[in-house]
Design a protein around this ligand. Structure first.
Ligand code: NAD
Length: 456
């Protein structure tokens, strides 16, 4: 039997969990078993679903300290961010706890004769959720809560690196739910493939390569699928921006949680005269960011998730000119300094691939149109931040940028959970998640014609 193990990224000798991987057959069996629990969950009614989701929010709040400490230990999330993630996770459950009461359809007049035409949304059955390690509570929750609210049962296949966080979260979710409505399958790619080939709807978050495989497999089966994948996000800074404020926000977006967020900034585009002051201010801001023990409340940039991630990062700035950082620490702990580089050759890794570490390339642009062309020149299109005091510039950016989310005078990271989340091109596939958009994804439309038995 294979096992999943996770190690503390700040103290790699600390084994956080070793659990058996389910294996392909057992994972498929779990999906089948979960399917038998779904009709009862749906028929239990909106009030029962709402009450259960509210109870989950309360349980998460009550366990907040323990959950944040576990995220610090297992995925190296700086404790201040870990606490914010747990608070946000509880808020997500509370938000979706209201939605079972929402209208699920419309009533129309028949084109001819008496009767009623109705539309009604119904759940799919079992939602298979495949999640990454970097938001070990929020991402499983922003998928599971709307799936459950709509009346689906859920099978969660978390990332191996976040197994302990997922198992603890699952205990809290399972408590108020009828038995078997929410289950977890531990493991990696094998179990992820098994869930993709047996669930009735699949929601994936992770890398673009894996997401492509999940989308192809689910589409082949003809089931609904959404995939939220990587980013290569730009921050555009105009000369009229408050350069010091922009530098502070961008530094945090580059190196917060060691850059391990799909919404992290990895390209900084300085327009015209913004280049000189921004180079200075951003280099300074990155050097000043507290790096180190994720258990310290002041820490912004903790360790990378693995030695492989650190090695990939170290290779990423080869042949560019380093302005700040540019070093990784030797053991223990997979740490790297927040890094800014410039003079990046055309076609360089940093301009093509998501590195998923605390590094960004500083790129000059002649004007806003040029900055937009640079932003749109990559295969990804998740989020862009635009820093300017000019509303015309902001409106131009809104129209021209090929990214799913655009943030003015705000960091690329930290988007709200009650609005649709997603990107363009290789960053996302399928309908948006989060907000009310999620309820649409986790249900399907039916049209009913109700004609009277007697017409006289
Ligand atoms: P990953 O792609 O390695 O793994 C994601 C999940 O897929 C894991 O649970 C993994 O076990 C599973 N998996 C692996 N192979 C599979 C297969 N063939 N079939 C089905 N499942 C399979 O990603 P990761 O390293 O855990 O997470 C980091 C990535 O996630 C980054 O690329 C980041 O940008 C992305 N991410 C995106 C968003 C977003 O909303 N766009 C949010 C967070 C993270």
């Amino acid at each position: 039997m294979t096992t999943v193990v996770s190690h503390n990224p700040a103290e790699p000798s600390d084994l956080v969990v070793e659990a058996p991987a389910a294996g392909a057959f057992a994972a498929a069996e779990v999906v089948e078993r979960t399917r038998t629990a779904q009709p009862g969950w749906l028929l239990g009614g909106a009030a029962a679903r709402s009450a259960a989701l509210t109870a989950i929010a309360g349980a998460i709040e009550a366990a907040a300290d323990e959950l944040s400490a576990l995220a610090v230990r297992e995925v190296g999330k700086p404790v201040t961010e870990a606490r914010a993630e747990v608070a946000r996770t509880a808020a997500i459950w509370r938000y979706y706890a209201q939605l079972p009461y929402d209208p699920v359809g419309e009533v129309h007049e028949p084109a001819a004769g008496p009767g009623l035409l109705l539309t009604r949304r119904r759940p799919h059955g079992v939602a298979g959720l495949i999640t990454p390690w970097n938001f070990p509570y929020a991402i499983p929750s922003w998928k599971a809560a709307p799936a459950l609210a709509a009346g689906n049962a859920v099978v969660l296949k978390p990332a191996p690196e976040a197994t302990a966080c997922a198992l603890r979260l699952a205990e809290l979710i399972q408590q108020p739910l009828p038995k078997g409505v929410f289950t977890v399958v531990t493991g990696g790619a094998t179990e992820g493939r098994a869930v993709t080939s047996t669930a009735d709807v699949v929601s994936f978050t992770g890398s673009t390569v894996t997401g492509g495989a999940v989308v192809r497999a689910a589409t082949w089966r003809g089931i609904p699928v959404q995939a939220e994948m990587g980013g290569l996000n730009a921050a555009i800074v105009l000369p009229d921006a408050d350069i010091s404020a922009a530098a502070g926000q961008i530094a945090a977006a580059i190196a917060g949680y060691a850059g391990q967020k799909c919404t992290a900034t990895s390209r900084v585009i300085a327009v015209g005269a913004a280049l000189g002051p921004l180079r200075e201010a951003l280099s300074e801001a990155l050097r000043a960011l507290p790096v180190g023990d994720p258990g310290e409340p002041a820490t912004v940039c903790g360790p990378l998730i693995s030695s492989a991630a650190r090695d990939r990062l170290l290779r990423s700035w080869e042949s560019a000119s380093v302005l700040a950082g540019g070093t990784v620490s030797e053991a223990p702990g997979w740490y790297a300094a927040p890094t800014l580089v410039e003079k990046v050759p055309v076609g360089h890794t940093l301009l093509r691939e998501e590195v998923f570490g605390p590094v960004a390339a500083l790129l000059p642009a002649q004007d806003l149109a040029h900055a937009v062309r640079i932003t749109n020149s990559v295969p990804y299109g998740l989020v862009t931040s635009v820093h300017t005091a000019d509303l015309d510039t902001a409106l131009y950016g809104l129209d021209q940028l090929d990214t799913g989310m655009i943030r003015m005078n705000a960091p690329s990271t930290g988007v709200d959970f009650h609005l649709p989340f997603g990107g363009a091109k290789a960053s996302s596939h399928g309908p948006r998640e989060q907000g009310r958009a999620a309820l649409e994804f986790y249900s399907t439309g039916r049209t009913y014609t109700l004609a009277p038995a007697k017409t006289t």
